[in-house]
Design a protein. Structure first.
Length: 122
């Protein structure tokens, strides 16, 4: 597994964490301490802010998982990839987007720029 693939895997592990403890551990593994996450709906900085952003999204969409779609594209310290938010119950995907992550030398994420391609009610 490449550094880029590993970073994307850890990112989705954080977004799909099933408990607060698992989420905190996954965010610490995926992001640098001063890492940032920005999309049209939220700006977050640091582990606490990113945990809060993910918790908010998970509360808005209980019973859904974030799934990688396609193959990540990477060069240097950048990775871009697409994702769907998929219902565990029926497989529907009401939200989709793509993210661009920037990596630190240790492979953890220093920043995420998220873009929403499809969002319910939008």
């Amino acid at each position: 597994m490449t550094l880029h693939e590993d970073a994307v895997e850890r990112y989705f592990t954080a977004w799909n964490a099933s408990s607060p403890e698992e989420l905190a551990k996954a965010v610490a593994s995926a992001f640098t301490e001063d890492g940032t996450y920005t999309d049209p709906l939220v700006e977050a900085k640091g582990h606490e802010g990113i945990v809060a952003a993910i918790t908010g999204a998970r509360q808005r969409f209980p019973g859904f998982t974030f799934e990688l779609t396609g193959t990540p594209d990477a060069h240097h310290d950048l990775v871009r990839f697409t994702w769907d938010l998929v219902s565990v119950a029926d497989g529907s995907a009401p939200a989709a987007g793509f993210d661009v992550i920037t990596l630190a030398d240790d492979g953890r994420i220093t920043g995420v720029a998220g873009f929403l391609d499809r969002l319910p009610g939008a």
